[in-house]
Design a binder for this molecule. Sequence first.
Ligand SMILES: [Zn+2]
Length: 251
Amino acid sequence: MAVTHAFVARLTTDELRAIVEGPRPLAILVPVGAIEPHGPHLPLDTDLVISRAASARAARLLSARGLVALVAPDVPYGVTDFAAGFAGAVSVPAAAVCAYLRAVVDAWLATGAAHVCLVNNHLEPAHDTAVRAAIAGLPPKRASVASPLTRRWARTLSDEFKRGACHAGEYETSIVQAADADSVRESIRHTLPEVDVSLSDAIARGVERFADMGLARSYAGSPARATPAHGEEMLTRLAAMIVGEVTEAMG
Ligand SMILES: [Zn+2]
C-alpha cells in the first residue's frame, strides 16, 4: 500500500498495521515545543511550528532512504520558566514533560514503530534536559532526540543563533515566515529594533528570566531582518539534523 499521508494520526488503524507489517521500518517523528511568548510578532506556538515544519521535511528525506517516516501529533506543552511574567507562558514541570514524553515514545514503540525521534525546538535548558531524559535507558536504535541545543547542530545554523540571540529574532521569525507566513504579524515585525542579548551568555551568568535578561518584549535578535528564504535555509538544516540523528541512531 502506498503511504499517502505524512501524518501518522491521519491514517486508519488498518493503514498503519500494513506499514508496521511491511518491509520498511517505521520511524515516528514527534514535534516538541512550548506555549511561550515569542515577541509581539510571533504566535505562542512558534517552537511547535518550527518542530512540525522541520519534521515534515525530514520525513520526506527519511522516506527516500528506505524508511517509512511519519510525523506524529506534537506535544505542545513544555518547561517555559524564563518567560514567566509574560502572558502566554504556560509552563509545566520538567518531571511531567519527561514522564509524558516517555509514555508517548513507549506507546509508539509498542504499536510497531521501529524508532521514535523527539524533535525539540524549545531551547530552554531545563526543557531540553527533560526531553533528553525522556528516552534515557532506551536502546539508541529505538529512540533519539533531535535538538539544535548542541554544539554539533548549532554550528550548522545562523550567526544570530550561534550568538545565542535565538528567541523570536531573525532565525525563528524567518522559519515561521517560511512555514506558516500568515501567523507572522508583519506590520509589527518591521518596526522591531534589534535586541542584542545573548540568551546563552545570560543563562551562563545565572540569569533565568527574559525580563531580567533585557528582553522587555520577549524577543532577542533582529526580527526585522527575517526573510522567508533564510527560513527555508534554516529548515533545510534542521531537517538534515533530524535525518542525521535518526539514521545514526538506527545504524
Ligand atoms: Zn522559540
